[in-house]
Design a protein around this ligand. Structure first.
Ligand SMILES: Cc1cc2nc3c(=O)[nH]c(=O)nc-3n(C[C@H](O)[C@H](O)[C@H](O)COP(=O)(O)OP(=O)(O)OC[C@H]3O[C@@H](n4cnc5c(N)ncnc54)[C@H](O)[C@@H]3O)c2cc1C
Length: 491
């Protein structure tokens, strides 16, 4: 085995005191939710009721589902139930990169290469454009910025990968620009950058929690009935009543009730599926982020970054970072933790060692930030499937639709998944199958193995990703086998 090489973060560790100073003020709280402040909220479901379409889950997937259901069927009674509050989970905690990619393709030799012939590639661009149009048409006040992204080589061995990706983009007619070391550092002043690939069409940035809150506001204005603090504890086919209807049992702080629904959309993400058969189709994985205080004009000037693009390095254990509207840096990635047994629990949210590493890596990336304070550190669970795209399931002859496994592509993928679930419901009324539905079949996933095998597989994959970063980017046999099978644990 070749001797491990240190990464740029191990070669240039910031002084301990500088990291201590930065971390000293970081509260365990989600910047985006803090920034949202108090909002009125929605009532809990206190009496049994019925709906034409019931949606479970008040993250982006559920919210887009409810919104589009109402737009497609204005006369239908659409009810959304959320166990806690709208947008409290991954949808209020993410990095806000709203990307054009819907599947786990990778330009940089870290997995399956992108397949330009896959309809999902084009559908992904259309999906991003549709979200942008919805932001304008619906008046969503969510700090939408069509900045694109810059992918960054932070080790010399990563430069060729950017060049390959640039050549592929040129052949496909994509407007991507390769920046060599001098040019990328002139654009964004980091001593860790070896090269960059500017991809203006790859993503927009958004304020995650605002997007969720605004979707809920608009859905409610359109007539969707939204209930918070209302957890669905189970579902069953209705007996006696409407043929084929489904009963959702709900619980709230005030007691229990039922929701009788003709059709149901399950958008519960990393939380246990209400359909037993899909319990192992998506695993929760915790991801971590930190935020700085607002940067002064002088500090911003020293860094550059005038295009405010989303930034991501192309290491196997990559980092993603961006500016906020008030000029903070939100910096995340690198670490990901799978809770044993797939339990979503607050105990996984506070990992001091992970936050310290993120703070170190931020200060290595931008040494100009010496003396800066971090204000927030937080974590959230995203849902990872084994397939290269989201996972879609159904029950009750198609009356219950379920989407999960959006992982780190859920900001845009949720909009697409909602449309696919609604397309699938509409076929019950004779609507033809759509291209969207067909495109997702190609990316079908298989269930994860039970514990302790799942945890061991995740551990082995994490080790392999770390090794690849210490061995010139070379992927070991495990990662190459996962690539060949189209299986991924490598979010
Ligand atoms: C730190 C972090 C950074 C990320 N960065 C990005 C990024 O930059 N770009 C990107 O595309 N993706 C990113 N992601 C992933 C993205 O946030 C998710 O894919 C997306 O938010 C998933 O949306 P969702 O609606 O499916 O799930 P969630 O937002 O998790 O919502 C699911 C909701 O369902 C509710 N629920 C569950 N079970 C029940 C029940 N039985 N009854 C009632 N309600 C229930 C939950 O309370 C929850 O509110 C990130 C995730 C994290 C954690």
């Amino acid at each position: 085995m070749p001797r491990p090489q240190q990464t740029v973060f191990e070669r240039n560790v910031p002084a301990r005191a500088v990291v201590d100073h930065a971390l000293g003020t970081a509260r365990q709280a989600v910047l985006w939710l803090d920034d949202l402040g108090e909002r009125a909220g929605f009532p809990a479901l206190t009496a049994s009721t019925s709906a034409d379409i019931a949606v479970v889950g008040g993250g982006y997937t559920g919210l887009w589902s409810a919104l589009h259901a109402k737009q497609r069927h204005p006369g239908a009674r659409v009810v959304l139930v959320e166990g806690r509050s709208v947008g409290w989970a991954a949808s209020g905690r993410n990095g806000g990169f709203c990307g054009a990619r819907l599947a786990r393709d990778d330009d940089y030799g870290r997995g399956r290469p992108p397949d330009e012939s896959d309809p999902l590639t084009r559908l992904g661009q259309e999906n991003l454009a549709a979200i942008g149009a919805a932001v304008v048409d619906l008046g969503l006040d969510c700090q939408w910025e069509r900045t694109g992204v810059v992918d960054l080589a932070i080790e010399p061995h990563q430069i060729d990968r950017l060049l390959d990706a640039a050549a592929r983009a040129a052949r496909a007619g994509a407007p991507h620009t390769f920046l060599d070391r001098a040019k990328v550092r002139a654009e964004i002043a980091s001593p860790t950058y070896e090269a960059g690939l500017v991809r203006p069409d790859a993503a927009a940035l958004v304020h995650p929690a605002r997007l969720a809150a605004e979707l809920a506001r608009v859905a409610s204005d359109l007539g969707v009935e939204v209930f918070e603090q209302t957890r669905v504890t189970g579902l069953a086919r209705a007996e006696g009543g409407a043929r084929g209807a489904v009963v959702l049992r709900t619980t709230t702080p005030a007691g229990e009730a039922t929701l009788l629904a003709d059709r149901v959309l399950l958008a519960t993400s990393a939380f246990p599926s209400l359909l037993r058969r899909y319990h192992r189709h998506a695993l929760p994985v915790y991801r971590y982020a930190i935020a700085t205080e607002p940067l002064s004009t002088a500090l911003l000037g020293a860094i550059g970054w005038r295009g405010r693009q989303g930034l991501a390095d192309v290491a196997h254990r990559s980092h993603h970072y961006r500016l906020t509207a008030d000029h903070r840096i939100v910096f995340g990635g690198h670490d990901a933790v799978h809770p044993y047994g797939g339990q979503v629990s607050r105990t996984y949210e506070d990992r001091p060692a992970t936050f310290r590493r993120l703070a170190e890596h931020l200060l290595t990336t931008f040494p100009q930030l010496e003396g800066i304070r971090l204000t927030h550190r937080w974590s959230g669970a995203e849902d990872v499937s084994t397939g290269s795209g989201a996972f879609f399931g159904q029950a009750a002859g198609g009356r219950v639709q379920h989407a999960a496994g959006l992982a780190g592509r859920g900001v845009s993928g949720s909009h697409f998944a909602a449309q696919v679930m609604l397309d699938r419901l509409d076929t019950l009324d004779g609507a033809p199958a759509t291209e969207r539905m067909a495109a997702t079949v190609r990316h079908a996933s298989v269930p994860f193995p039970p514990e302790p095998v799942a945890a061991a597989a995740v551990r082995a994959t994490r080790r392999a990703l770390d090794q690849a970063d210490h061995q010139g980017g070379r992927r070991n046999a495990l990662l190459r086998s996962l690539d060949a099978l189209g299986l991924g644990l490598d979010t």
